[in-house]
Each structure stands twice: as structure tokens, then as C-alpha cells.
Write a protein that binds this ligand. Structure first.
Ligand code: HEC
Ligand code: HEC
Length: 311
């Protein structure tokens, strides 16, 4: 009996002590406790081919399959988010990495639809290929309820991509020259291994450290976050990965030159079977120096009419 009383006393004492220690912390967090406001499901839509997605229809799928990471309020504060690197996307700012549209603009519905189905390699974003197309279209509409940008702005126009020219050693050589000139190597490293001089210091727009893509790491099935075709690769550096230090180069690279850069980047994926790597082996693994064969512009004619001209 005395033993029971004693342990009861210890338990109570423990409880008092515990409360004493815990109180200050919980008092600080107090504003966050209590019922949270319900999520307002705005009547957003998405259009994927002839399918129309409706936000309201995705409510339970989002809660069950997405909220654990992206959060009920789409703010990337799901209960699992603390464990994740990179962090889940914050839908309240509507900044997306994989777009067919110019930097700073909203992605198309089709972009988001593909991104959900593809998943993000080198991250915890799963490949959602078990949903029907309708469910995925509904989820695309649901993502739009979290940011007012979707009510104010239209999606950007997809960039125009010319037909891919044949892979040649000259094309690869020109791509290499662009990789050097545009300083891709500063982040990605001269062999594309993600170890350039700036690599260690990079952070994303939420101040989380971020690593440049390592082209050499993947095996034959290596993918990018934004897809695995040559066209996807073209879009990545022409539109940029918004919210990350990976810039858009649409203003500085001519459309056809961009294909040369694509061809060179493929050779950095040393373990991947590709047309580019075949062409490179046929050239004994040597990329020749690039020689600019475009004729120099004709010298501007001298204007004899201007005052003092011709003297
Ligand atoms: C296990 C955690 C997890 C779950 C569950 C999850 N995601 Fe993600 N999601 C992520 C992470 C992490 C990223 C960021 C990946 C990156 O930046 O490389 C992301 C990114 C995204 C993006 C950003 C696309 C872009 O181009 O920037 C979309 C859209 C998205 N998720 C939708 C969804 C939807 C819809 C669901 C539910 C069907 C879902 N996610 C479930 C972790 C998750
Ligand atoms: C300021 C640093 C920086 C520069 C300069 C830079 N990149 Fe990146 N790049 C990054 C970072 C960081 C990532 C990873 C982004 C992520 O994981 O979300 C990346 C990712 C990539 C990816 C992979 C995207 C994917 O979907 O996984 C490609 C391809 C790429 N960069 C190509 C280039 C090319 C080509 C150039 C030059 C024309 C270039 N980068 C210049 C920082 C840079």
C-alpha cells in the first residue's frame, strides 16, 4: 500500500515537473493550436485535351494522397515535410519547376498533369500513375485553389521548339562551346558532375540548400526531374527551373543553337546509351574545338551623306 502511495506521489511530482518544463514551449506555440479554418475549395478547373478537371472532385484524393507532404493548405507544411529534401512544392506561391512556358509565368494545365504523372526523380515526389486521367485532371484543378495567381493570370504560352536537327560531332562541339560560354560549368562542373565552383553555395528561393544536377551520376535509365526526352531537355534550360538557381536561357540561346547544347549535354550522361554517345565514340571520344562557320557579317557601308562623311 505504502509503495502504491509513494509511486503515486512520484507520478504526481513528475507530472508537475513535466508541466513546469513544458508550459513555456506550449505557450509559445499557442497561436497554432485549436481548430484550423476549413480549406475553401474554389471552383477551379483544368483542361487536358477534352477532359475538364474540377477542384471539388479532387478533395478527398488530395487529402489522402498529397496533403501528407504538400499540406492541407498547399503550403508545403504536411506532417512529412520536415523529413524531406528537397521540400514539397508550396502551391500558395504557384512557382513551378517544370514548365513548357517562359520563366516567371504559370505552367499550362498539361504541364502540371504530366508532372504529377511523371513524379520527380531524386526527390520524394512519387510517380502518380495509378490515378485515372480524370482524377489527375481534378488534382491539377485542386492545386489552383491555393494561389490567387490562378484567378488573375493566364498560363504562359508554351515556347516554340523547332524540329531537332541530326546529331553530328559538329553539333556536339558547338554545344560544348555554348556550355563553356554560358557558364553552365560554374554550377554543373566542367564534366557535368554537379561540382562547379558555385555548386556548394546554392540555395533555392526558400533558402534551402540545393545541388546542381549531376549528369554523370545516372545509369542508362537516368532521367531529369522534368522528363527524359531531348525535347524535355531543351525546355529545361530554355524555360529554367523557377524557384531554383537554374536560370532560363531563352533570351541568350537561339532556338537551333539550343539543340546543339542538348546534344552536348547528352554526352555528359556517360552511362546512358544515346545517339549522341554513339556519334562521340565514332569520333574516338574526342570533341573537336568549335569553329564558327557562319560567314562574318558584311562590313557596314560607309554613309557618305552624314556631315563629315567620306573625309
Ligand atoms: C512523399 C511526399 C509527397 C507526396 C505524397 C506528394 N508529393 Fe508532390 N512533391 C513532393 C516533393 C518533395 C516535390 C518537389 C520535388 C522537387 O522539387 O524536386 C513535389 C512537387 C510537386 C509538384 C511540383 C511540380 C513542379 O513543376 O514544380 C506538384 C504539382 C506536385 N508535387 C503534386 C502532387 C500531387 C497532386 C500529389 C498527390 C497526388 C503529391 N504531389 C503528393 C513530395 C510529395
Ligand atoms: C547558378 C547555377 C546554375 C547554372 C549557371 C546552370 N544551372 Fe542547371 N541547374 C542548377 C541547379 C541548382 C539545378 C537543380 C535544380 C533542382 O534540382 O531543382 C540544375 C538543373 C539542371 C538540369 C536538370 C533539370 C531536371 O529536370 O532535373 C539541367 C538539364 C540543367 N540544369 C542544364 C543547365 C545548362 C545547360 C546550363 C547552362 C546553359 C545550366 N544548367 C546552368 C544550377 C545551375
Amino acid at each position: 500500500m505504502r509503495f502504491v502511495v509513494a509511486s503515486l506521489f512520484t507520478a504526481i511530482l513528475g507530472l508537475i515537473l513535466a508541466t513546469a518544463f513544458v508550459t513555456p514551449a506550449s505557450a509559445q506555440e499557442a497561436p497554432n493550436v485549436g481548430p484550423k479554418p476549413p480549406v475553401v475549395v474554389k471552383p477551379m478547373e483544368s483542361h487536358i485535351g477534352n477532359i475538364t478537371g474540377h477542384a471539388a472532385a479532387a478533395k478527398s484524393d488530395y487529402k489522402r494522397y498529397c496533403a501528407g507532404c504538400h499540406g492541407n493548405y498547399g503550403d508545403s507544411n504536411g506532417e512529412n515535410a520536415v523529413w524531406l529534401d528537397p521540400k514539397p512544392r508550396d502551391f500558395t506561391i504557384a512557382t513551378f519547376k517544370c514548365r513548357s512556358t517562359l520563366t516567371g509565368t504559370l505552367p499550362t494545365d498539361e504541364d502540371l498533369f504530366k508532372n504529377i504523372g511523371r513524379g520527380f526523380t531524386n526527390s520524394n515526389m512519387p510517380i502518380w500513375n495509378t490515378f485515372t486521367k480524370q482524377q489527375r485532371a481534378d488534382l491539377v484543378a485542386y492545386i489552383k485553389i491555393f494561389s490567387p495567381r490562378w484567378e488573375r493570370e493566364k498560363a504562359g504560352d508554351p515556347i516554340k521548339i523547332p524540329a531537332e536537327p541530326p546529331v553530328t560531332i559538329d553539333s556536339i562541339a558547338h554545344g560544348k562551346a555554348l556550355f563553356t560560354k554560358l557558364e553552365c560549368w560554374k554550377c554543373h562542373g566542367s564534366h557535368g558532375e554537379g561540382d562547379g565552383p558555385s555548386a556548394a553555395t546554392l540555395t533555392d528561393s526558400k533558402d534551402n540548400p540545393i545541388r546542381p544536377y549531376d549528369f554523370a551520376a545516372g545509369k542508362n535509365d537516368s532521367r531529369f526531374k522534368c522528363g527524359n526526352t531531348n525535347e524535355d531537355l531543351y525546355k529545361i534550360f530554355m524555360t529554367g527551373l523557377d524557384g531554383t538557381p537554374m536560370p532560363s536561357f531563352a533570351d541568350v540561346i537561339q532556338p537551333n543553337d539550343a539543340w546543339d547544347l542538348v546534344h552536348f549535354l547528352r554526352t555528359l550522361q556517360v552511362k546512358r546509351h544515346s545517339k549522341e554517345n554513339e556519334v562521340l565514340s565514332a569520333a574516338h571520344g574526342v570533341i573537336p574545338p568549335y569553329v564558327d562557320k557562319t560567314p562574318a557579317p558584311a562590313a557596314a557601308p560607309t554613309d557618305n551623306k552624314s556631315p563629315g562623311g567620306g573625309n
